[in-house]
Ligand binder design. Structure first.
Ligand SMILES: Cc1cc2nc3c(=O)[nH]c(=O)nc-3n(C[C@H](O)[C@H](O)[C@H](O)COP(=O)(O)OP(=O)(O)OC[C@H]3O[C@@H](n4cnc5c(N)ncnc54)[C@H](O)[C@@H]3O)c2cc1C
Ligand code: FES
Length: 336
């Protein structure tokens, strides 16, 4: 799917979410697992910036590919997309990437839990199961601030009304500007989750949302006794940089062969973060080993690397490393 994509349509989803529909610049079908994402390179004010966006469209509708983007206050790319990307514009993307997908974990019963923009992979999975008339039982629970913030509300209700095995519930913290919220109110709790899905322990669970939401869900699922291998999650936010560690960690010298700079990096700090602390900004996007934007060649030395799917088969044999999730085990030379 790597290559130029042409924006075909822009659709409003909520007051701060929009769907951008793309077609390939040359006739081609989009092949991906539901829940996978693309890494886009946008040219903004003469600068190339990478960001990951999940395909909210299902692979069962392969003629087009859609992403649904929520404005992040002060966010560079999300606001640029809302304000500038229009039909006819061309963007570059590579992928699909990621293993957060029902295709990797087939099950007879699912629980989809989302908050904010985290709805996008679960939307792709639900649309796929709906399109394929899957017998899998789906409970879809989205948490929003108010009813005005619920994305795809009518489409979800239509799927629930017309497919025998799909149920949808929303949880809102407050009323909308016009609509009074009569559904589950407040933040999602285990009690509410058990009311919505009394057979919770038998389900395969997929969770995507803000970090605080995901922490709360993790605690609920553990309390409900769900085994970890049936709970799948994806985060859209890069983890906060670890606090600067107390002295005592071994520190190594890392030479950046292209720039000629040498930085210090201790055994508890990812190379990307050590470079940032030294005032060197290297290409990155997800910060969690997913997107492949920070890939480079390790020319000398060894690292402890914990990739999350951002490397292609054969990359490790070619000495490729992801700087955001690699820490040094000795002095290094990297191609940067
Ligand atoms: C695998 C993956 C899939 C993704 N899929 C989607 C998707 O389908 N739809 C979507 O809208 N976004 C998605 N994202 C998030 C997206 O890549 C961007 O991070 C997001 O649009 C913000 O980018 P920005 O340039 O506007 O903000 P930036 O300029 O990068 O950040 C501005 C500020 O917002 C904070 N921030 C960054 N991202 C978020 C966030 N997601 N929520 C809250 N605060 C944030 C940053 O810490 C920073 O302080 C995905 C991310 C990943 C890693
Ligand atoms: S920044 Fe995404 S893999 Fe490193």
């Amino acid at each position: 799917m790597t290559g130029p994509l042409v924006c075909k349509q822009v659709r409003d989803v909520t007051h701060d979410m929009r769907t951008f529909v793309f077609e390939a610049s040359e006739p081609a079908l989009f092949r991906h697992d539901p829940g996978q994402y693309l890494t886009f390179t946008f040219e903004i004010d003469g600068q190339e910036i990478d960001r990951c966006y999940t395909l909210s469209s299902p692979p069962s509708r392969p003629l087009l590919a859609s992403i649904t983007v929520k404005r992040v206050p002060g966010g560079r790319v999300s606001n640029w997309l809302h304000d500038h990307l229009t039909p006819g514009d061309v963007v570059r993307a590579r992928g699909p990437l990621g293993g957060f997908s029902t295709a990797r974990h087939p099950a007879p019963a699912y629980l989809f839990l989302s908050g904010g923009s985290g709805i996008t992979p679960l939307m792709s999975m639900t649309r796929t199961l709906y399109d394929l008339a899957s017998p899998a039982d789906v409970v879809f629970v989205h948490s929003a601030r108010t009813p005005d913030d619920i994305p795809f509300r009518q489409e979800l209700e239509l799927m629930a009304a017309t497919a025998p095995h799909i149920r949808v519930a929303h949880v809102c913290e407050d009323d909308g500007a016009v609509e009074r919220w009569d559904g589950h109110r407040g933040r999602l709790t285990l009690d509410v989750l058990r009311q919505i899905a009394p057979d919770l322990p038998r389900r395969e669970v997929f969770t995507c949302g803000p970090q605080g939401y995901m922490r709360a869900i993790r605690r609920m699922l553990a309390t409900a006794g769900l085994p970890e291998d049936r709970c799948h999650e994806e985060s859209f936010e890069a983890p906060a940089p670890a606090a600067v560690k107390a002295t005592g960690d071994t520190s190594f010298a890392v030479r950046l062969s292209r720039s000629g700079a040498t930085i210090a990096c201790d055994t508890g700090t990812p190379l990307l973060e050590a470079a940032a602390r030294a005032g060197i900004t290297l290409p990155s996007s997800c910060g969690q080993g997913l997107c492949g934007t920070c890939v480079t060649t390790l020319e000398k030395g060894t690292v402890d690397m914990r990739p999350g799917g951002g490397l292609r088969p054969g990359d490790v044999a070619r000495n490729k490393i992801l700087l955001c999730c690699s820490t040094p085990l000795e002095d290094l030379v990297i191609d940067a």
